[in-house]
Ligand binder design. Structure first.
Ligand code: ADP
Ligand code: MG
Length: 575
């Protein structure tokens, strides 16, 4: 076949593939147009997961009748007109591709009216061609109806999932956009049933409440960026809500990143959020977060991909660091204790892979009455605030320190709390090179099994730094001459071997060091089963109060929980 320029029809069909991948991409583009048009209320109605039909109705400014046909031409847009505009895009759309792309692969009806006209204009488009226009009664705003999506593109149609799975993708798109625009009211109707809505009157927390449930949303921590180092003129502002350490999920899909209110996918920023939770969550648990990065449009490039899901940052490292520090700072300052008696307990159960399904009570045997519909408005505490108001009552099961406080009882896991205290102490000591060591009167010879040799030698010198003095004795044998002072009442050889076994090998220097520190803290800490006297308990609490991150042990388990006095009152029938 000779080289030839494709017809406009073919060219649009090919280009459409990049913008319109599936029903949810149609929904996304149409909603974005509605938002760009200043709508405050957007109703989305889909049938059969959008494969049947999609309609988006808004109350935005509408399209002037003489421009409506133009909206379906490729690269026709009212949002930018020159290079400068492209550099400073604040609207969600700007490529002038969505409507023509959708119209190239589906049948589209548009009804629109702007405030300058008393009647609206109806436009019917088939295979990219306008087949009918007529005046028609219409409120101010625009409605777009899309039918027969991909009917003429069998290859695409084949790749669609089931209606219910396409429907889930649509819900997910809408919820994401709703989080970016809390002041817009969204209503989603699926197969005739209202499945999701936001009020459009509240802030982000109110939208999160519509998505995750009232109690979870209530416990989210607001990101506060009041950090001296950021008040410089870097103009990167981070807003949003993040989950407290006791609410987490088993996958990363609950981290939502927005840039200037546009939802984007960016692995490194999701990672920045996860990093900020270091030590707050157990392994393989992930936070929930909705984070909007406000940044000058000149500092980003959103014109990377037709679906506009990617953004390039001029100063990516700086953005990464601001996000990470803002999240970390907010967690350290505001993360509260887990509480029993408040309904977040119900929501803490993992929703599994089904992103939006409401959470369920983990234990069906649990008497519902305990949690009935009452929502306790408990006063919650950060660990520091809690400790400063606690009075130790005693020890329970040789595991927990029980303390009284103004809003209920506090249970402190003695091992977890002591681990946290020692972990921070050891980290600092290693950093400053002043680990206290205890020379062994009788040096111990340790036989290192071959599978642990690597782990011993990998970062050889650093055993010293951590307080272990080892001399090679020949073959696999080493002489252990000193151990860190915290380990002094354990069998030194045994403790050393356990630690070696625990840290294993591999990982980079920092991971190795961290594992060593955690293991040391764990071995040195008071154990469950150890009896503690009052002074010991009080001292432990005071030390915990002085920690940077007292909420959790270094492995991410909580150090303490609160049982609210409201909970007792309710169970005893006092309220
Ligand atoms: P873009 O959004 O990139 O400009 P689109 O193809 O999505 O391109 O839309 C083309 C134009 O049609 C927009 O620039 C806008 O002027 C107009 N338009 C589309 N949808 C709406 C709407 N819901 N309300 C008002 N104007 C709209
Ligand atoms: Mg658009």
């Amino acid at each position: 076949m000779p080289i030839q320029v494709l017809s406009t029809h073919m060219a649009s069909k090919i280009a459409a593939g990049e913008v319109v991948e599936r029903p949810s991409s149609v929904v996304k583009e149409l909603i974005e147009n509605s938002i760009d048009a200043g709508s405050t209320s957007i109703t989305i109605d889909v049938v059969d997961g959008g494969i049947g039909s999609i309609s988006v109705v808004d109350n935005g400014v509408g399209i002037p009748p003489n421009e409506a046909a133009l909206a379906f031409r490729r690269f026709a847009t009212s949002k930018i007109s020159n290079d400068d505009d492209l550099e400073s895009v604040r609207t969600l759309g700007f490529r002038g591709e969505a409507l023509p792309s959708i119209a190239a692969v589906a049948q589209v009806n548009l009804l629109t009216r702007d405030s300058a006209n008393i009647a609206g204009l109806f436009v019917e488009v088939e295979e990219g061609q306008i087949v009918k226009t007529s005046t028609s009664a219409s409120p101010i705003g625009t409605s777009v109806a899309v039918r027969h999506l991909f009917h003429k593109v069998p290859a695409r149609l084949k790749f669609l999932s089931t209606p219910s799975s396409e429907g889930n993708k649509i819900q997910s798109v809408i919820r994401q956009i709703a989080m970016s625009f809390p002041s817009v009211r969204f209503t989603l109707i699926m197969d005739g049933k209202k499945t999701f809505s936001t009020s459009g009157t509240g802030g982000l927390r109110s939208v999160c409440s519509d998505i995750y449930g009232h109690n979870t949303a209530k416990s989210f921590i607001e990101i506060e960026q009041d950090i001296p180092e950021f008040t410089t003129d870097n103009k990167i502002i981070v807003h949003g809500l993040i989950s407290p350490p006791d609410i987490s999920r088993s996958n990363r899909s609950y981290i939502h990143i927005m840039v200037n209110n546009r939802t984007i996918q960016n692995r490194s920023l999701s990672f920045a959020v996860e990093e900020a939770y270091h030590g707050f969550l157990k392994e393989r648990r992930h936070p929930l977060a909705v984070i909007n990065i406000d940044i000058s449009p000149q500092d980003i490039d959103i014109n990377v991909h037709p679906a506009k899901m990617e953004v390039r940052f001029l100063r990516e490292r700086e953005v990464f660091s601001v996000v990470q520090k803002a999240v970390r700072h907010s967690l350290l300052a505001f993360a509260q204790l887990p509480i029993i008696g408040s309904a977040p307990y119900l929501d803490r159960v993992d929703a599994g892979s089904n992103f939006w399904k409401r959470t369920v009570i983990s234990n069906p045997q649990q008497p519902i009455s305990i949690f009935s519909n009452t929502v306790f408005e408990d006063k919650r505490y950060t660990p520091k605030a809690a400790v400063s108001s606690m009075v130790v009552i005693g020890q329970s099961h040789k595991v927990y320190i029980v303390a009284d406080g103004p809003e209920g009882l506090f249970f402190v896991d003695q091992h977890a709390a002591h681990e946290r205290v020692l972990y921070e102490k050891i980290c600092k000591a290693i950093l400053n090179g002043d680990v206290h060591v205890q020379g062994l009167l009788n040096p111990v010879i340790v036989e290192i099994p071959p599978h642990l040799m690597d782990s011993l030698l990998e970062h050889g010198v650093d055993w010293d730094k951590a307080g272990f003095t080892l001399d090679h004795f020949g073959g696999n044998s080493y002489v252990l001459r000193s151990v860190p002072v915290h380990l002094n009442n354990l069998d030194p050889g045994k403790a050393f071997m356990e630690i070696l076994e625990e840290i294993g090998f591999g990982g980079n220097y920092f991971e190795w060091q961290e594992k060593l520190t955690k293991s040391l803290a764990c071995h040195s800490a008071v154990r469950s089963g150890d009896i503690m006297d009052r002074t010991e308990m009080e001292n432990l609490l005071t030390s915990l109060e002085g920690c940077d991150q007292p909420n959790t042990c270094p492995h991410g388990r909580p150090t303490m929980i609160q049982i609210s006095s409201k909970y007792f009152e309710k169970e005893f029938g006092r309220i």
